[in-house]
Design a protein around this ligand. Sequence first.
Ligand SMILES: [Zn+2]
Length: 412
Amino acid sequence: MTAPVHDLLLRRVWFDGRHVDIGCSSGVIAEIAATGTVAMHGVWEPDVNDELVLAAPVEMHAHLDKANTADLFEATAGDLGAAIQTWAKAYDDRTIEEMTRRGRAAVVRMVDAGYQRIRTHVDCGPGIELRAVEALLAVRESLVGIIDIEVCAMAAAPLDQQALAYLDSALALGVDVVGGYPHVETDVRAATAVLLERAAGVGLPVDLHVDETLDPSVTGLADLCELAAGFPHRITASHCCALGMVDVAEQRDVAAAVADADITVVALPLTNLYLQSRNERTAAPRGVAPVVTLREAGARVVAGSDNLQDPFHALGRADPFETAAMMVTVAHVDPPIAWAMVAADARAAMGLDPVTATVGSPADFLVVPAPSVRAAIADAPAARTVIHAGRVASRTTTATSRAADLDDIASA
Ligand SMILES: [Zn+2]
């Protein structure tokens, strides 16, 4: 009997603690067995000897309309309000063409980094009108079949009739998620309710920038938990910084409500660390959602990279290992949990099937030369093999050349 020929064969890889050969066909794991015990062949057999197979990560919170614009602006060292002003002042310079080009380049970079799906927020409202929405919808369409992109239209503030009219127009163009940032409104609860109503009216999920402030009197997350009752679609609360500024008893009460309401919280350490508490010279708060308290309450907490080299964060690599590393260092979760926050848990939050070491699992992997998840997060290897639906979407290899005397030492 001849061995089956799979679309893709990963030989001698580490997956879920086992050393295995994995045959993938029709987008799923068709065969998996201890290395060398079963004859398998593949049309495509990339050299991934002894590398680590991870579930493909997803990015739950990006801003592709702003990606890679840091050098267009004078160096800024302001807070969130200053970043919003800097960005909005340059709305007239933003064209559909350049936002499409930058957005597409950022997505390619993110595929190379390992991401399988991206949710991007996008500005819409006075000044930018619908240009950013049109650009990101064009990015989404041009990458169908390569990577799934969800576009979340961010209603402008103040959330008046004009802002809502732009949001309605964005919804009519075919965005996937309703967004906004009600924490800057005079009446946070009322604005949150309006956005939920809008989403329910068009049958879409919501993903709001919630309490992106260190003012503990801003309690939009608690409002959102109450308003969530009866809302028929997924709710995501991004940022939730203010909850980290209240005492643990209050954190626990809200965390329990978040879990009850089945709201996904997205922690966004990079931008929060960059923009929050800039005026504090002593014991500056980290500005990140209280991840440990939320997890203890059973809430789903995932992590995202947020801004990519723009006025809201001058740095950022759009790399799942960078985001996971932040969760380890800043939010004090163990490395496997940090990885789940950008992979398994984030996949679940986006409605994707889990990736497991079993026949029938989606063949959506990130394969890296690392001995453990911890080491992968620490080293963030540049060398990666990105597999979407059993197909190699991207493969990066690296080569280091050394002087002979240094090479002797390195290989000793
Ligand atoms: Zn954001």
